[in-house]
Design a protein around this ligand. Structure first.
Ligand code: SF4
Length: 364
């Protein structure tokens, strides 16, 4: 039976987050060693398979159609393009490919069928496949599972309270429902958030409460530092300090000991020393490639140099869970249902999101 604690409170998590740093690092590193090889870090490649034009209003995101950013929209990539990129990623040490599409939710039809084919193709390359496609129903999650999906990413972003300050076009409960739909399958859950959006420390703790009290806890938790992109409502946010990042990583490691903690967006702002501290504090995955969906990321060669310097080894795929079997489309036991679920549209107004929208309209 797992001894993982599932009833963390905000107060307990805040106390951990605010522990004197040396003690916090020691505690996190001790827990990390008990559950993971401290010299192994997974390299994942994030691929934007459909970029821009998203109808949502996430205040941090340059892919939202309503903001005026430099992001160029792209239609869904072909299966062949995705396969070529996955092979390139594999040859440079990645064991996982995460495919992101800027959709509010998945719609049954040709495009989803194409994504299912991408999942089958990458799984057959013996790489872990993760998708982040927005909200999905249980049937869609089952279809992804059958295609060989290893993980589904759906971030909670922040605490429930602060979420309402960043996104107005869908609710926190929708996020939790999608996570729940994924949980009903054998696909693992990847869910984390972003720090540096103007939230309080309490919100960071609140997000960790929401994640750590899920039972089972997510197998993967990405911790992102906001990359403030011009044209988005959060363009003026100051970069998050490395000390906050280290505290957040260490706290995540302590409250979710078995989880793969992913050092995600914002690594270009971090020194190698800073990243090394995050690995020591329990981060055991990075995203490789010069772009993270649409924002800059360190070059893969730089990362490999850093691995050499720190004596880190890239993690092999399927260490935590067996490779899923791929069921071909014609043998599938799940069919497209064409469901139209009632995801909420809270439609409350966030002033800075509205301002950014008006500014973008004026620039057109
Ligand atoms: S974060 Fe995702 S859902 Fe939100 S605007 Fe960007 S692409 Fe759309």
């Amino acid at each position: 039976m797992s001894a993982t604690k599932h009833n963390w409170t905000k107060e307990e998590i805040l106390e951990i987050y605010n522990t004197p740093l040396m003690e916090l690092l020691y505690d996190a590193a001790t827990i990390h060693r008990k559950h993971h090889d401290p010299n192994t870090v997974q390299v994942s490649t994030l691929l934007s398979i459909k970029t821009g034009g998203c109808p949502e209003d996430c205040g941090y995101c340059p892919q939202a159609a309503r903001y005026h950013t430099d992001v160029e929209g792209n239609d869904l990539m072909s299966v062949q393009q995705v396969k070529a990129q996955a092979l390139r990623a594999k040859s440079s040490g990645s064991s996982r490919v995460c495919m992101g599409a800027a959709w509010r939710n998945v719609k049954d039809g040709e495009e989803f069928d194409q994504v299912l084919e991408m999942v089958r193709t990458i799984n057959k390359l013996d790489m872990e496949v993760c998708c982040t496609l927005g909200m999905i129903t249980e049937n869609q999650a089952q279809r992804l599972a059958e295609a060989g999906l290893y993980a589904y990413n759906h971030n909670l972003d922040s605490s429930e309270e602060y979420y309402k300050e960043v996104i107005s076009t869908r609710g926190y409960e929708d996020r939790l429902e999608t996570i729940d739909n994924v949980r009903k399958t054998n696909v693992t859950v990847c869910s984390g958030g972003i720090i540096g959006m103007g939230e309080k420390t309490e919100d960071r703790a609140g997000m960790l409460v929401a994640l750590s009290t899920l039972n089972p806890q997510p197998e993967s938790v990405p911790i992102n530092a906001l990359v403030a992109v011009e044209g988005t409502p959060l363009e003026d946010q100051k970069p998050v300090s490395i000390w906050d990042m280290v505290r957040m990583v260490a706290t995540t490691r302590i409250v979710m000991p078995e989880t793969q903690v992913r050092l995600s967006a914002g690594r270009t702002e971090m020194t190698r020393e800073g990243q090394a501290m995050c690995f020591f504090a329990g981060a055991n995955s990075i995203f490789a490639g010069d772009k993270l969906l649409t924002t800059p990321n360190p070059d893969v060669n730089e990362d490999m140099e850093m691995f050499k310097l720190l004596g880190l080894n890239p993690q092999k795929p399927f260490i935590k869970k067996m490779q899923p079997e791929t069921v071909e489309a014609q043998n599938s036991q799940y069919q497209a249902l064409g469901e139209k679920p009632k995801w909420t549209r809270p439609e409350h107004t966030i002033e800075r999101n509205e301002e950014a929208k008006q500014k973008a309209k004026a620039l057109k």
